[in-house]
Design a protein around this ligand. Structure first.
Ligand code: SF4
Length: 147
């Protein structure tokens, strides 16, 4: 069977993973460390497109948009992924919070804290510094909804 040639999407030109020369890091074998790949994703300018592509195509393998296959499945079900290991702890950035809330508007402060591997206070501090009271309120509403 002849398959059509692979045609990368335009956003792939900006993919951080493509610049590293170590694509296998995004497709870890069982037991491999993948913290480096995830941290790289969180600095990638096309992370939202990458994750959306993986969710749309039901990608079953590899790290896409900073999430593992299990985490993507959990995200689609609206469940928080398991707590990240220490070596996947990452800087809490406002744009990441905005992005995660845009993918799933029901996430909570605890979910975000787990996602970043930090305490709730660290997430709240970023929102307070940015004066994003709308997001603080949204997170409170989400917590009340599941209480
Ligand atoms: S988000 Fe991660 S996997 Fe996706 S393009 Fe960027 S670096 Fe690659």
């Amino acid at each position: 069977m002849n398959l059509p040639p692979f045609k990368p999407a335009e956003w792939m030109d900006q993919a951080e993973c493509a610049k590293t020369g170590e694509p296998n890091a995004w497709f870890p074998e069982s037991g491999d460390a993948y913290g480096h790949a995830i941290r790289t994703c969180y600095t990638c300018p096309v992370r939202d497109l990458c994750l959306q592509t993986a969710l749309d195509n039901n990608e079953q393998h590899g790290i896409w948009g900073g999430l593992t296959p299990n985490e993507r499945r959990e995200l689609k079900r609206g469940n928080p992924p398991r707590k990240p290991k220490r070596n996947t702890r990452r800087k809490v950035r406002l744009e990441d919070i905005e992005f995660l809330l845009s993918v799933d508007r029901t996430v909570t402060l605890d979910w975000l804290a787990d996602r970043f591997g930090v305490k709730r206070d660290s997430v709240q501090a970023v929102l307070r510094r940015a004066e994003r009271w709308d997001l603080v309120e949204q997170l409170r509403r989400n917590e009340r909804a599941i209480a």
